[in-house]
Design a protein around this ligand. Structure first.
Ligand code: MG
Length: 381
């Protein structure tokens, strides 16, 4: 049985609704439906072969965008339930939050953004929204997945003012410096907690980081001391796992307690009142947040900028650029369907439209498909 929701939670019955009118489901609320639509989408399945930090073919043990999204949802749901917030909505947002990611993680997004510089740029948050609003084609009656306002609000983590102006009601909060609902705030921070911790795990497995080196991060050092005091002779793998699971628990517990206090103090009576606040209510204590940032900076310096990861990133950027340029110059390399749409755009002198079609196509690729395309293109061009 689910717990009664707080008044300030998102309530399915008073959702701001969907872009297209839709019948109600018999057994599920609106946010359960959103979650199910995300899980059944083809963009969601493709996350399995998209990189987080390591390129997909580097090894089967590393996180992919799919396992990352599941870990984010798991952390998000715990927090939502503890704060009497809407767990279904939190789950839907968490599972959808990375749908718009290109192949090869941030390197891929940076490269595609560069390719699209003269055509409005590329931003993965906006792309996630494009996918759920437009690009998925599953329903006879409407384009995209036709998700509720609240799930779409959560997907839009950040947004430039220029882009926000084009998003109507969804963009308003970026223009007025207001907040999204608490479920969206949870998804945002659950994402950061998940990747900090699993990147440590992956970095250790890959041999790019060592526990000794990581002990300069206080969050890890605290748990390291507790674990080694309790068990003196743990093997490397158990030591690593024991530390990481405790770090997640430690940060999440702090977050729940502090958020609970923040909510009590602000005392919002509805999600609308949460949205009117100038600061988020979901957050860690100042001290723990500083340690979280310290860990993040450590990872940037020692993992993301590691020579081996940089080499993967450089190759990835190169791949994305070659693909984009090749399709722009020679649309005949693409499928009949896509060629027809591009021809139409060319006829109308619509370079923006043409480049966006190609960006959508490249962004949708998995790592391995992009690499296979690179090989094919090199043979035919
Ligand atoms: Mg993420």
């Amino acid at each position: 049985m689910s717990l009664p929701l707080a008044t300030y939670a998102a309530h399915s019955e008073s959702s701001k609704g969907r872009l297209y009118k839709d019948q109600q489901a018999q057994y599920r609320n609106e946010y359960q439906r959103d979650r199910d639509r995300v899980i059944h989408s083809s963009a969601f399945r493709r996350l399995e072969y998209k990189t987080q930090v390591f390129v997909n073919h580097e090894g089967d043990m590393f996180r992919t965008r799919l396992t990352h999204s599941i870990e984010v949802a798991q952390i998000g749901r715990t927090i939502a339930r503890a704060l009497k917030l809407n767990e279904d909505l939190t789950e839907a947002i968490c599972l959808a939050h990375d749908l718009g990611h290109t192949p090869f993680g941030h390197a891929g997004q940076d490269a595609l953004n560069k390719c699209m510089r003269d055509y409005g740029g590329f931003e993965h948050n906006l792309q996630s929204l494009r996918i759920v609003d437009l690009l998925e084609s599953r329903y006879a009656d409407f384009p995209g997945l036709n998700l509720t306002f609240e799930t779409r609000e959560g997907i839009m983590k950040h947004c430039s003012k220029n882009n926000a102006r084009e998003l109507g009601e969804l963009g308003q909060r970026f223009l007025n410096n207001k907040q999204p609902g608490l479920e969206a705030q949870i998804a945002n921070i659950a994402d950061a907690i998940a990747y900090n911790n699993h990147d440590i795990d992956d970095g250790l497995r890959a041999g790019l980081l060592t526990i000794d080196q990581l002990r300069e991060c206080e969050l890890l050092e605290m748990q390291y001391c507790l674990v080694t005091e309790k068990w003196e002779t743990l093997d490397e793998r158990r030591l690593r796992n024991e530390i990481i699971r405790r770090m997640i628990n430690f940060v999440v517990s702090d977050l729940i307690e502090v958020s609970h206090a923040n909510i009590s103090e602000a005392n919002p009576q509805s999600i609308e009142q949460v949205r009117e606040l100038s600061k988020p209510l979901i957050g860690m204590s100042q001290d723990i947040y500083q340690l979280h940032i310290q860990l993040k900076q450590f990872l940037r310096k020692n993992l993301y900028q590691h020579e081996r990861v940089q080499k993967m990133a450089d190759d990835a950027k190169q791949t994305v650029k070659i693909l984009f340029d090749a399709y722009m110059e020679k649309p005949a390399l693409l499928s009949q369907d896509l060629q027809a749409s591009i021809e139409q755009a060319e006829k109308e002198n619509d370079t923006l439209g043409k480049s966006r079609l190609i960006a959508d196509y490249v962004a949708g690729m998995t790592d391995r498909f992009a690499l296979a395309e690179l090989k094919r293109i090199k043979q035919v061009v």
